[in-house]
Design a protein around this ligand. Sequence first.
Ligand SMILES: [Zn+2]
Length: 237
Amino acid sequence: MPGVIEGAVCAAFCGAGALMAYGVRGRSATLFAPSVYRGPAGRRSIALTFDDGPSESTPELLEVLSTQGVPATFFQCGANVRRLPEVAREVVRRGHEVGNHSDTHPRFYFRKPEFIREELARAQEAITGTTGVSPTLYRAPFGVRWPGMRQAQEQLHLMGVMWTVIGCDWKLDAAAIVRRVLPHARNGAIVCLHDGRELEARPAVEPTIEAVRQLIPMLKGEGYRFETVSQLLCPTN
Ligand SMILES: [Zn+2]
């Protein structure tokens, strides 16, 4: 019966591999760290989220959001906050929520728990020290969760946030970003976009800003309102 046994071993191994891959990258997975990827379905609200900032382009995005009266959530990298502290502060001054997106945006595959903890802790320190606000939300760089992340999040009291739809805005033009996001608009949706590009200085995020300029009135036209992730998850009204 070697064939059967090999088959069974292979199935178990492949099953473990698939589970591992899902645990690491699956948007709804909570195997390695707790996270959410959507808000309540009964609430006609959407949360726009922006990762990898602050960047030199963040102020332009803030203008678009202010003009439309839309609050958002910015998952900032500690290294970018140290590079552009004034921009990081302006995000908070405008009434947006800030979350932790690690310090240097590493890939956490095969990293030790201490490395993960240090990355999250350094970002938390940079954001809190610069903006005066201590994040309660965390988004994993590249959406990668890894053993050790759960403990790091618990120590820093961070809830993980994935997304309902990701705009792939690092590679699409504005029209394509809009086409990608719109069909996923639904009650409680969390939309992932980027106002930076990892730790790059002066990243090209114009397509994102133009897409946001177009998306907001379209979604308002469908009856949605916009909330920060915390407002969406813990409604007070
Ligand atoms: Zn990122």
